[in-house]
Design a protein around this ligand. Sequence first.
Ligand code: BTN
Length: 147
Amino acid sequence: TPHSSALLELHQLLSLFMDTNAHPQQCDLTGWWKNDLGSRMQVFKVENDGTFSGEYHTAVSSAMKPIQPSPLVGSQHLDEDGQCTFGFTVNWKKFSDSTAVFVGQCFNGGDGKEVLHTSWLLREKVDAESNDWKATRTGRNTFARMG
Ligand code: BTN
């Protein structure tokens, strides 16, 4: 009806001035994050298409060589509700033959602080196909923003 569409327009006009629609909870992964194991990662920059790269500093390892910072590449959704899903791969090539993939989602906790809930698969290299069954570990990590 003309009356209700006038009301709708009034509401839209009001929201322009009163910011009633202005709660854009972005989920930009750029920056430093720390997980429950003490591992840290830096996401350098998220591109306009959601792809990103960074560096992962794991606090723990099952490899024999000393831990080194490791490159990561990933992709995130760009939804504006602050609850984007994402995935990334870490190649531990400097000290391990393994590869890890993480998938997760960003949330804004009750306190408004950003948190990432992730699940991961860690694939180790085995010397024979008959050992394939034991080559993949899985787990979960929660990350909080450091900076
Ligand atoms: C390796 O052990 O071969 C390389 C390091 C793997 C570190 C894993 S990846 C999943 C879990 N979450 C972390 O932050 N570190 C471990």
